[in-house]
Design a protein around this ligand. Structure first.
Ligand SMILES: [Ca+2]
Length: 361
């Protein structure tokens, strides 16, 4: 069975939530502004006619942008909108489930055991990438495992067709139009063949689920064959994930955070440590506390899961209670912020950390 995480891989890129929010808004708005028959049977015949006209204009703009004629002809002719790209947002498990449900499902025995096998299988390559980019192998494995089940499911949607559908759709047209041109640039540079350029319905591609803009900024050609092949080449996949994390400040001398236990009196001081001025950045941080040192957390009675005192190291951490005060508690370090750059969701980021812990050699 395919886990839900890969049925909805749009969350696996940084802009995912924003896209969802906007598409959700679109659907809410569409009930009021578009006739029900059109909304239910998108694309309508009229919409298809409009789409063809729109595509024609897009081809002209692509040529203006310097995309080669052969790519324009191959990629932007005879395509139809993808109803799936619009429909796929309708059921979103991450909004309905608690952190514990989300995380338990993803931290399956299969995912952990496969991760351990993959770590052994790719040990040399992982170590090489880890050294060059400064990201521990277990974190590269964790993103790979959570995003695409270690590359075994990267999405079967034609990227150009998906992006064209979403660029044609009014709601986030500008964003997806840019991503569409980015995708054409990737084709033009010869990294992947058109027929192999597959991914999520929202345009996230390859084993690390990069949006085209992320590809152009961060994808790596680790094996030096001239192609950044994040679909098939293991070195390119690992290096691209690591390069993304490095760019957003990963520190391989630290971990992500840890699960902790709260003292019985936590309720009495929780309000005092609530973030008055939440950190800038993704909104998942708004539900974290202020940053305190581990020594300060220790003084407040926070302990490791095994009830021992917190490590005596000079680190700052925020506390996050993803399911409230009666659920699990986590202290998170700077690398946690980097994980959120991949996908701005606490459930996701904590699960990445917990899976990485399980994949430690
Ligand atoms: Ca390569």
């Amino acid at each position: 069975m395919i886990p839900t995480t890969i049925l909805y891989p749009k969350f696996s890129h940084p802009e995912g939530r924003l896209i969802l929010t906007n598409i959700t808004k679109f659907f809410k708005a569409s009930v009021l502004t578009v006739s029900l028959s059109v909304a239910a049977s998108f694309p309508s015949y009229a919409a298809e006619l409009n789409f063809d006209q729109w595509l024609k204009e897009l081809r002209i703009e692509a040529a203006d942008k310097g995309i080669s004629a052969s790519i324009i002809k191959a990629a932007l002719t005879d395509i139809k909108p993808y109803p799936k790209a619009i429909k796929s947002d309708r059921a979103q498990p991450e909004f309905k489930r608690t952190f514990v449900n989300y995380s338990t499902k993803r931290l399956s025995d299969w995912r952990i055991n496969t991760g351990i096998k993959k770590r052994k299988q790719h040990q040399q390559l992982l170590n090489k990438v880890a050294k060059e980019y400064g990201v521990q192998p277990r974190f590269i494995l964790s993103f790979w495992g959570l995003e695409t089940n270690y590359g075994s499911y990267t999405g079967n949607n034609d990227i150009i067709r998906s992006l064209a559908t979403l660029a044609f759709d009014k709601r986030r047209a500008a964003y997806f139009r840019k991503e569409l041109f980015n995708a054409l640039t990737i084709l033009d540079e010869g990294h992947i063949k058109l027929e192999d350029m597959k991914g999520s319905w929202s345009g996230a591609m390859g084993q690390g689920q990069f949006m085209p803009s992320s590809f152009l900024r961060f994808a790596q050609d680790f094996d030096g064959d001239g192609k950044k092949d994040i679909w098939h080449n293991q070195g390119d996949v690992f290096a691209s994930i690591a390069n993304y994390l490095r760019h957003f400040g990963w520190n391989d001398q630290q971990t992500w955070g840890r699960q902790v236990t709260l003292p019985d009196n936590a309720k009495t001081w929780l309000d005092d440590v609530k973030a008055l001025k939440p950190e800038k950045g993704c909104r998942a941080l708004r539900v974290h506390t202020d940053k305190l040192t581990l020594a300060q957390w220790n003084d407040l009675g926070i302990r490791r899961l095994n009830t021992g005192e917190l490590p005596n190291v000079d680190l700052q951490a925020t506390l996050i209670l993803p399911d409230g005060i009666n659920g699990p508690a986590f202290l998170t370090y700077d690398n946690y912020r980097t994980i959120l750059r991949y996908n701005c969701a606490n459930s996701y980021a904590i699960t990445i950390g917990l899976l990485a812990d399980k994949l430690k050699s």
